[in-house]
Structures are given as structure tokens and as C-alpha cells.
Design a protein around this ligand. Structure first.
Ligand SMILES: [Zn+2]
Length: 537
């Protein structure tokens, strides 16, 4: 959630629970995520551990595997994996202090055994830790198909190779399909047609399991809250499967259909938090909601009147949907306020803001043009038997040399010289497309996940494909990899409770200060590596 957008709502007198938070608590005028990568996993690690990436060990969504100091750009590891945390997160500090803590669909909370039987943080906290998590438990993609009116069923194949039967006809309103033997399920929805005579659309949310270290609770969750609903139909929307998008000459129907699925998502997270408050009654709860993030990834560049993508017609179609997700966030905040007392501490943080995107830069095209890379058009990936340097798409700006020690073709003894030459191939882009072209060996503050680190100019994103162009203009979206200090990327931070003066303004803060501040307000020992803060009220 960008602070600038929240501020707009508050100035218009909207979002009554955030209004109350601002009046009765202390709020920052924006919060900056530590760079160079402001994606969800490293941003959460910084918030919860109170230290930078070298301390907590999480750098991005997907990173190349590093084995005995060697980077393998084509083997990936996942940023949400708790095994990789090198620093104690705040919930461990609460568990160590003897508190009962619950993590609900919270980043870096799985595999659960990291905090229980593996005792990575010094003890098995099974007796007081409850984890419920589903983001990592998806067994099918989301599906949109034409509705068929029939009594029959079809079978849906899950990624564990099993199949489940589902009715051919979509229900009139959203309906859960729960499979207890699979510990999960999905939601079925129907979208009304765009034009008369067209069939209805049938949307199936991804099949997800409910993972928990308390099996009874997972079963109860499925009965009372229903299957996990977190992605809405955003992927399908982006592929025009809900109808043409409004900015691709759509009628606005695709946005209405997406809004219907986003409403289910908002309701699901609200019910899930209510379930934890009533059934688990934790002393400390960590809750996560991704509704605003989903919308802004799609539309950030269309919402600003000064953007070349802006038109009133487009804005009028998108804004009600964005507003609805802010309202769901506000409702969830209202629920937490209503269920907490004056002795409770309530903290609202967003892990990042959202920058508008207006163009795509293709680093692998530059490498191909300069003769360092051969693209396999069939597999849509670099041909590693012929490439000496590659940009790995999910890897936030790193160019990695395909050295022999990594199973590649470039001689290790020439690595420095090759890195300098490859970096110089990007020089023509400096100032117009790229802000920075840095050799990581010369910059210890940049995580060493490749030899060269590229930072694009504001509003330009990077993509892996080679399609015959270096830059694609007029591509509009939202993204939060870079530019942590830009206005749009500033995040939200608010506190309310004992020790927090009402109506206090905290200036611009940093993610790194949050963990220690919460720990001290709660009267517990801060996370071991929390080296920043506390914020003074
Ligand atoms: Zn995001």
C-alpha cells in the first residue's frame, strides 16, 4: 500500500478506521524499504528482523542458488522459504518471551518445522505457535471457462497428479468446493455475459491446501472460512480471459468480473482473521492482506492523471475496484480495533508502495546484440551452451556470467575482464533507460547475486525475453522492485496502544526500525539482529 494513496483517502475523509488510527495513534509520513530490492520477501524480512539483506539472508522473490560460493543462475530458490532466514523474526522474539503467537497466511512462516521440530531459532515452539498458511499450497492455476448448463461433472487435475470431480455448471453465486481428504479446495464463481447471447463465464480459483501445525484447526478453517481465496481472477484478467480490458477497448465488464472475484478475496481474509481471533485467541497475531497489491500491479500507471496512460473513462472503470480493496483493508483494520482493548498494541505496516511502470527494457536483447547471449526461441530462455552472460528474469537486475565453474562456457580466469566488457555493452542505455550499471565486486552494499547489477530509470521495468527490441514503450502496470525512496514506493506505518501518544506524527521512517520499536512497546527483548530503532514517540 503506497502511503501517498492512503493519504489521499484520509484527506477526502474516507476509510474511517484509518482515520481513527491516525487520530488515536502515531503514524509515519511514509516508510522506506531498504534497497536494492523492495519485493515482498526481503521487505518482510527487513520489517520483522530489523536488519538488512546481509543480516537476514533474503534478497528477492527468486534468486539464483549459491553453492560453496558459486552462483547458479539457472537454479532458483524461493524468497519466502523460512529455511533461508539467517536472522530471528519478531514472532520468534515473542515466542521466546513465552507469548502465544499466530501467523496467518504470513510471508516467511513456512516450512513450519523451521520454528518447531527443526528448532532453527533455539527451541521447538510447538506449544505456543500456530501457523495457518496457504500461499505456498497451490495445486492448480486459476481457470476461466465457458459455462455449460448440464447436470454432468468434469475432472480437474491437481499438481499432485490426483483428480477431483467438479460440476460442469457454475453456481449462481460464489460457492466453495471443499475436499477434506486433500485438506483444501477452491471457489467456483459465475460471471454474467458481456453482450446478450454470450455464455456466462465460469471461474475456478486455484485449488489450495490449508497448511497448519494444528490439523484440527485446518479442518475447522475449511468448514468455517472455506477454501483459500487469494489471487482473485487477476491473472486471467491480465490475459484478457475475463473479456478485453478497458484500456484494450473493453466495455468495463472485465473489470466488473475481476471486482467480483476481489470481493471474495476481501471477504475471505476478513473471515480468516475473525476465525483466528475467535478460535485461536492468540496473544500476538501476524496477519497479511494482499488485495491492494494485486490491483495496483495491474493498474498503478493508469491511476495518475499526469500519466500518458490516463483517461477519465479508464480511471472511472478502475478506481471503484481499487477503492474497494482499500475499503476491505480498512474493514479488516476495523475488525482488529473492535476486538482489541486499550492494553493491546496494534501496528499496521505495508511492506512496500507501488511504482507506476510505463516501459519494458530487455537486457537479454542487449546481450544478444553484443554477441554474449544466444536466445532459444523455442524454449523462451537463454541457450546456456552458447551464452557467456545472461539476465535471469526474476532476479531483480542482475547479469550473471555463465562461467565454467557454474557449468557454463566462459573461462573463470577471464571473469573480471568479461564482466567489464559486458557492463560496457549497457553503456549506451545509461541515462535514457538505466540509472545504474554497477559491478557488484566494487559495491559491497549490493547482494552478490551476479556480476553486474542494473537499476532501470523510474517507471521502466526489466523482462527476460528476447523479441527483437531493446525497449518497449507504452507498457503500463505497477511494480515494486526498485526506487525504494520514490514517493510512490513509500509504505505505511501506524501504531496504536500503550506507550503510543495519540495524534503523533513520526516523519519518514525506515523498515529497519519497526521490529525493535514493536518489541520495546510490547515489553519483550528485540530480535537478535535488530540494529535500528526504536522510533521515539
Ligand atoms: Zn506485489
Amino acid at each position: 500500500m503506497p502511503y501517498s494513496m492512503l493519504k489521499g483517502f484520509l484527506e477526502r475523509g474516507e476509510l474511517k478506521n484509518f482515520q481513527r488510527m491516525e487520530k488515536e495513534g502515531a503514524c509515519a509520513q511514509g516508510m522506506i524499504a531498504p534497497g536494492p530490492d523492495a519485493t515482498t520477501p526481503p521487505a518482510h524480512a527487513a520489517l520483522l528482523c530489523g536488519c538488512g539483506h546481509q543480516g537476514h539472508g533474503i534478497y528477492s522473490f527468486d534468486e539464483p542458488v549459491i553453492e560453496t560460493g558459486i552462483i547458479h543462475p539457472w537454479k532458483k530458490r524461493h524468497g519466502f522459504d523460512a529455511n533461508r532466514l539467517k536472522a530471528e523474526p519478531l514472532w520468534v522474539s515473542f515466542l521466546k518471551a513465552g507469548k502465544k503467537a499466530t501467523l496467518l497466511h504470513f510471508p516467511l512462516s513456512t516450512p513450519i518445522d523451521v520454528f518447531t521440530s527443526k528448532a532453527k531459532f533455539g527451541a521447538d515452539f510447538s506449544d505456543r505457535l500456530t501457523v495457518i498458511e496457504s500461499f505456498s499450497q497451490r495445486l492448480t492455476p486459476e481457470i476461466v471457462r465457458k459455462n455449460v448448463d448440464s447436470e454432468g461433472t468434469f475432472s480437474l487435475k491437481l499438481s499432485d497428479s490426483s483428480k477431483i470431480p467438479l460440476p460442469l455448471t457454475a453456481p449462481k453465486s460464489a460457492e466453495p468446493a471443499v475436499f477434506k481428504n486433500k485438506q483444501g479446495g477452491l471457489w467456483r464463481m459465475r460471471f454474467a455475459p458481456d453482450q446478450a447471447g454470450e455464455p456466462d463465464l465460469y471461474f475456478l480459483s486455484p485449488f489450495s491446501r490449508v497448511l497448519s501445525n494444528r490439523q484440527d484447526l485446518a479442518d475447522q478453517y475449511l468448514d468455517e472460512v472455506g477454501p483459500f481465496a487469494a489471487s482473485a481472477a487477476a491473472y486471467s484478467y491480465n490475459k484478457d480471459k475475463l473479456g478485453n480490458r478497458i484500456y484494450r477497448s473493453g466495455s468495463g465488464k472485465a473489470e466488473q468480473r475481476l471486482a467480483q472475484s476481489l470481493d471474495l478475496l476481501g471477504q475471505h481474509f476478513y473471515s480468516a482473521i475473525e476465525f483466528v481471533l475467535e478460535k485461536v485467541k492468540p496473544e500476538v497475531g501476524f496477519y497479511y492482506f494482499n488485495g491492494i497489491d494485486l490491483c495496483l500491479h495491474l493498474w498503478m500507471a493508469y491511476l495518475d492523471p499526469s500519466s500518458p496512460a490516463y483517461s477519465k473513462k479508464i480511471f472511472d472503470s478502475l478506481w471503484p475496484v481499487v477503492k474497494k480493496m482499500f475499503e476491505w483493508t480498512d474493514r479488516i483494520l476495523g475488525l482488529l480495533m473492535e476486538r482489541s482493548g486499550p492494553e493491546d498494541l496494534l501496528v499496521v505496516v505495508s511492506d512496500h508502495g507501488m511504482a507506476p511502470i510505463e516501459a519494458i527494457f530487455y537486457p537479454n536483447q542487449v546481450l544478444a546484440d553484443a554477441g554474449y547471449l544466444v536466445w532459444d526461441y523455442k524454449k523462451k530462455e537463454p541457450d546456456l551452451t552458447q551464452s557467456r552472460a545472461v539476465y535471469q528474469g526474476s532476479n531483480s537486475g542482475y547479469i550473471v556470467l555463465n562461467l565454467k565453474s557454474r557449468g557454463g562456457i566462459a573461462a573463470d580466469e577471464d571473469a573480471d575482464e568479461l564482466a567489464a566488457k559486458v557492463a560496457s555493452a549497457f553503456e549506451p542505455q545509461r541515462g535514457t533507460v538505466l540509472d545504474k550499471i554497477e559491478l557488484t565486486a566494487e559495491h559491497p552494499e549490493i547482494p552478490p547475486l551476479g556480476e553486474i547489477h542494473l537499476v532501470p530509470k523510474y517507471k521502466i521495468t526489466l523482462q527476460e525475453e528476447v523479441e527483437g527490441k531493446v525497449l518497449e514503450k507504452n507498457f503500463y502496470a505497477g511494480q515494486h522492485h526498485y526506487w525504494a525512496e520514490s514517493e510512490a514506493m513509500k509504505a505505511v506505518l501506524c501504531f496504536k496502544g500503550p506507550g503510543v501518544p495519540a495524534g503523533c506524527r513520526l516523519g519518514v521512517r525506515n523498515h529497519l526500525e519497526v521490529a525493535k520499536t514493536i518489541a520495546l512497546l510490547a515489553g519483550i527483548k528485540p530480535p537478535e539482529k535488530a540494529g535500528f530503532g526504536p522510533i521515539k514517540f
